[in-house]
Design a protein around this ligand. Structure first.
Ligand code: ISJ
Length: 373
């Protein structure tokens, strides 16, 4: 046991004095850290110039968070401690340059929740109406980065996101995983027994299908553009005492002042959505990375077999394979492949070279740190 733990006082006034003293030390240290971050910004500007300067470094942030978790001795849990440092870095980065993050809106979506989880709260977040608008906002430079959903553990891939990579030069700079909890929500003035219609995004309706069949078999299910939009409709309908319900998450519930009729109604308790962070940056290795590729295969026998064999030969661990129509000609496909490692790693480079010899197009969509939080 360290000295500081042994000397913890045991009366309320002394404990509070001790906490006050610790807080002022923490505050001074956080500001010292912030001054270092400001200096980092100066050095970056000097070395890279105003045009090329990159303030946000995902690989460095991932390393900082991993180290926080590794050295953590408690009693605060590893994730809890990492969340605190996540916010400290977010505040420091905002001093260097406030980050503008476009996300699939409206306000209150799980994508916004993912953006805040990844970048911390000190960002300027811009809700976009559609996934391709998020890409355009980043391409035009109106936002520094974008956040879009890419796959859900219950419902599979988000095709719009995968398809958007065909027409963009944006890179994948990061991934975020978010446990998705859905709730049945109504306006505070509505009796849940009167509800006849339930609104949500089609993915959310699908993720709660068995629960709805069991408890609300007679309610009509209506798919809308997002579950935050469903929550907004319910709050609006509540004003004219119209009894409808929404399925949405916590931030939408809070944002629109709704009440929970039933909480955590998703059919699978491990329901998780993975989001991607897109930007213009090529991210350096963090030591624990993933790479995403887009491959157009030649239409010949054994094409996929040969692509997969390249991973096996080089001992590279493939974590995901998706197939989408190429949109160029009928029955022609593109493959999206994720694997463990960074495209600068030797084994990954060998895989990419071998794939290039076999496929008509191989594009590295990005190498990025494996999600820490
Ligand atoms: C301070 C830096 O800039 C940013 C802020 C970081 C931080 O507060 O630790 C880490 C990486 C960057 O996103 C840096 O590059 O080291």
């Amino acid at each position: 046991m360290s000295d500081s733990i042994q000397t913890i006082p045991d009366t309320l006034p002394l404990l509070r004095d001790r906490i006050d003293a610790i807080d002022s030390q923490i505050q001074a240290l956080i500001n010292e850290r912030a001054r270092c971050a400001q200096k980092v910004a100066e050095v970056k500007l000097h070395e890279q110039g105003e045009e090329a300067v990159v303030f946000y470094r995902p690989e460095r942030e991932a390393q900082v968070l991993r180290r926080v978790m590794e050295r953590n001795e408690g009693p605060l849990g590893h994730e809890e401690m990492a969340k605190i440092f996540r916010q400290i870095m977010s505040s420091c980065l905002a001093l260097e340059r406030p980050m503008r993050i476009a996300f699939l809106g409206p306000e209150g979506t799980f994508t916004q929740q993912a953006a805040l989880k990844h970048f911390g709260a000190s960002i300027i977040s811009s809700p976009m109406a559609a996934i391709d608008e998020v890409f355009r906002e980043v391409e035009s430079g109106a936002a520094h980065y974008g956040v879009v959903p890419v796959e859900n553990s219950t419902e599979g891939v988000v095709n719009h996101t995968l398809d958007s990579f065909r027409d963009t030069h944006l890179k994948i700079c990061g991934e975020v995983e978010e446990r998705i909890h859905h709730h049945l929500l109504v306006s505070p003035n509505i009796d849940p027994a009167d509800v006849t219609h339930i609104y949500s995004h089609q993915q959310s309706l699908a993720q709660c299908r068995a629960w709805l069949d069991r408890y609300w078999p007679h309610a009509e299910r209506i798919a809308v553009s997002s579950n935050a939009e469903a929550a907004r409709l319910v709050s609006e309908a509540g004003m004219s005492a119209k009894a409808i319900a929404a399925i949405a998450g916590d931030i939408a519930c809070e944002l629109y002042g709704l009440v929970k009729v039933s909480a955590n109604i998703e059919d699978r308790p491990d329901n998780t959505t993975r989001f991607l962070v897109v930007g213009k940056q090529d991210v350096e290795p963090s030591g624990c990375d993933k790479t995403s590729l887009l491959i157009s295969a030649k239409n010949e026998p054994g094409a996929l077999y040969h692509l997969l064999a390249a991973f096996d030969r080089n001992g590279v661990d493939m974590t995901r394979l998706e197939t989408r129509p190429s949109l160029v000609s009928r029955w022609d496909y593109v493959f999206y492949i994720d694997f463990v490692g960074h495209h600068q790693d030797k084994a990954c480079q060998s895989v990419i070279e071998e794939l290039k010899a076999r496929a008509s197009e191989v594009r590295v969509l990005g190498s990025y740190p494996v999600a820490v939080l």
